[in-house]
Design a protein around this ligand. Structure first.
Ligand code: NAD
Length: 249
């Protein structure tokens, strides 16, 4: 429906202010302005010749575990040298306003928690955790090795990042909790996600089917745009602080 840029629709603000239950879905776009590229942005530097959509797969790890492990080590370093931006902080502020507020993220960078968000559901894991590629057991303080990925101290199999790769199932508890939030919300806000990666991509459409007001914040149009109740074209780090000011005033 309404597409606004700088100025928010007053009807949208009224609905949001009156809402007691909000669910938010974030994707890689919200961290773009922290300096962490989305998978669909051109990669720079050392890894520019590789396609992240090809590296973030179980097949890539099976074919070349060192390549994938090194790529994740590079991404962990990039993220640990970056900070949450004003979009992450605005969502942490908004959490305090609504009686029920659930933040569902596809991001693995942990920026929402760093910014102070409390009710965060990580659908795709966290890049700072490591698990056994065989048994899925989480490994704290993984052995430090270079060259090939370290080995699980329990079974000797290769360790891998505790993230969900393309083609893998999501952690059941996270997905169930996300579904509960989506089914209960009055307003659903989709931020910085291409609405292409399932099952997260379906969440705004489930909210729509349930009668929730669905707001999209993205500089680009997506599959959700024509269906969204309100679509705000803009960068998350610019739009969200303004939205928080309007809601919290
Ligand atoms: P995506 O790369 O498919 O889409 C990113 C979306 O963000 C696009 O629609 C783009 O238009 C939008 N965008 C770009 N800049 C933006 C900005 N400044 N503000 C708001 N939106 C902006 O990302 P996705 O939908 O999250 O799905 C891909 C997968 O990538 C996910 O599984 C996620 O786990 C993974 N990923 C995570 C990170 C991270 O943790 N920071 C980074 C890259 C990829």
């Amino acid at each position: 429906m309404a597409a606004s840029t700088e100025k928010f629709s007053s009807a949208m603000l009224e609905i949001l202010r009156a809402s007691s239950n909000v669910a938010v879905l974030t994707g890689a776009g919200i961290s773009a302005e922290s300096g962490v590229p989305t998978f669909r942005q051109a990669q720079t530097g050392l890894w520019s010749q590789f396609d992240p959509l090809q590296l973030a797969t179980p097949q890539a790890f099976q074919n070349d575990p060192k390549l994938v492990w090194d790529w994740y080590a590079w991404r962990r370093k990039l993220i640990s040298e970056s900070l949450p931006n004003s979009g992450h902080h605005a969502l942490a502020d908004l959490e305090n306003y609504f009686p029920e507020f659930t933040l569902i993220t596809q991001n693995v960078d942990g920026f929402h928690q760093l910014a102070g968000s409390k009710a965060v559901i990580e659908l795709h894991g966290n890049i700072f955790r490591t698990k056994c590629s065989q048994e899925n057991r989480l490994i704290t303080d993984p052995p430090q090795t270079t060259g090939t990925p370290p080995r699980c101290p329990h079974c000797g199999e290769l360790l891998r990042p505790d993230v969900v790769w393309f083609g893998e199932s999501l952690p059941a508890e996270a997905l169930n909790n996300a579904m509960r939030a989506v089914n209960a919300c009055q307003v659903f806000i989709s931020i910085g996600t291409s609405t292409l990666v399932e099952p997260a991509a379906s969440l705004p459409f489930i909210a729509l089917n349930n009668g929730a007001t669905v707001v999209e914040i993205n500089p680009q149009t997506t599959l959700l745009t024509p269906m969204a109740s309100y679509s705000v074209r803009g960068k998350a780090a610019e739009v969200l602080p303004k939205l928080a000011v309007e809601v919290l005033r």
